[in-house]
Design a protein around this ligand. Structure first.
Ligand code: HEC
Length: 119
């Protein structure tokens, strides 16, 4: 993304943002129909315990500079959470790196499983 964005002007970025914002929201749930009820419950509990909604919104739809996480692809969510936790992905704040400290790989997987399917 850095390489792609490097050559863009402010007005290019505004135009891309407007284009992307006008696309339909998660037309297909990111995780498919194969919800595992046990993992869904664990993921939901972890999201409450770690206060994901306090920044991402009560329906995980995001807002202002915080990303939507509901209905994103499960594999993408799992990868991003792993990268935030290890520090391989740096956000514009350290909020995510701190939020995920102490969570196990299974916890991250269950969060991704839940968030990909939540509406
Ligand atoms: C203190 C505020 C805060 C809390 C709490 C928080 N997040 Fe975030 N989250 C952010 C911010 C800010 C970003 C954007 C970071 C960036 O890329 O710079 C983000 C980004 C993300 C992304 C990447 C989205 C994308 O499209 O790339 C995921 C996934 C995510 N958060 C999941 C979670 C989960 C799961 C929890 C709870 C375990 C959580 N967040 C708790 C603030 C928060």
């Amino acid at each position: 993304m850095s390489a792609v964005a490097k050559g863009m002007s402010d007005s290019d970025m505004r135009a891309f943002s407007e284009l992307i914002a006008a696309l339909p929201v998660a037309p297909v749930a990111g995780g498919g129909a194969d919800a595992d009820p046990v993992r869904m419950r664990r993921g939901a509990e972890l999201a409450v315990r770690h206060r994901c909604a306090s920044c991402h919104g009560s329906d995980y739809a995001g807002g202002a500079q915080v990303a939507r996480i509901a209905g994103q692809r499960e594999d993408y969510l799992r990868l991003v959470l792993k990268e935030f936790q290890s520090g391989a992905r740096l956000g514009y704040t350290t909020a995510m790196n701190e939020t995920l400290s102490g969570l196990s790989p299974d916890d991250l997987g269950d969060l991704a499983h839940f968030l990909a399917r939540v509406r």
